[in-house]
Design a protein around this ligand. Sequence first.
Ligand code: PLP
Length: 402
Amino acid sequence: MSLSQGRTILAIPGPSVMPDRVLNAMHNAAPNIYAGPLVEAMPAIVADLKTVARTGHHVAIYIGNGHAAWEAANTNMFSAGDHALSLVTGRFGEGWGQSVGALGVNVQAIDFGRRGPVDPAQVEQALRADRDHKIKVVLATHVDTSTSVRNDIPAIRAAIDAAGHPALLAVDCIASMGCDRFEMDAWGVDVAVAASQKGLMVPPGLGFVWLSDKARVACATSDRRTPYWDWTVRTAATEFWMYFGGTAPTHHLMGLRESLNMLVHEEGLDHVWARHATLARAVWAAFDVWGTGPGAGAVELNIADPAYRSHAVTAARITAPMATRLREWCEREAGLTLGIGLGMAQPGTPESHGFLRVGHMGHVNAHMILGTLGVMEAGLRALGAPHSPGGVGAAAAVIAGV
Ligand SMILES: *Cc1c(COP(=O)(O)O)cnc(C)c1O
């Protein structure tokens, strides 16, 4: 008998669960875009977006998803024939590098595999080898959502500095912004990109690019820049239309105003980060128990070292085809939607059947995570999947702080 009636939970790594407060804030008639509350709200929205990225520099807002935010950054950073170094730890790092390459930029990629972080020593080596300082930008992914690895951004900055290389550091924070600690200025990040539908808890449709003064100067003559994406106009916006290069994303801004109220002015970013960290540890604790004992290895976290695991998403291996069967069971029988595996399988194998991802980003709390894990454990039992029971108890101990 299916027990899926009741409120469902979407535990995929974006779009994330949206707060009712955000949805309600969007439930308005079309506003005036020439004067009035929405126009007047912009300076504070911009200030709060800078707070979220921990920067005193600039932010540009675009109407688009994460892929659009990549292109926004790309067109501003590069001229045709420039060089970039792309650090790949999963499907998204690969994708960003490809989108840069499509602009006629020479992209040198270093692939660190799918099960661990960027090795800063290799970054330093690659930059030392670039004696003429051709590489203009190092592209890094903070959290690669496909593998759930969390890269050590300060260590990558340190590697660039150790090589004495002037390259800018650009970081994809689409999965991590508002989930994992990110300190743009303190970490020496020049460009950061994010989107609205993950940690920021707003529907997909807004992309953000934060940039330092250094990036603005270094990229002043980039020839791939086109009017819509031009960050020079957007970061100096004083008129409402200038923020968006046309009609504003009115209702997304209403939702964003409310989510920033929650993240910045009510809960506070440090608490937001700590909440995500604790809930992530609860998820890992459950998987650790499921994966021990008889049948060990049938259930396994993709990233072995907790220091390099995302607090927003967890990728796991569950022997094929059980990962797919478990996802289907959870949705059909219990109203829980888990994320598919992405970009992790060997070539030629049906990739998602041996992998899944649990999204725990944004508007999530302890009972949602314990409910998610409880349903997953029920599914493992119902399907007769090899695992050790007791994962939910281990997660409860993390939540209890004992
Ligand atoms: C989700 C995500 C993207 C892509 O964002 P879209 O909004 O789906 O275009 C890129 N990079 C990372 C790290 C992501 O998590």
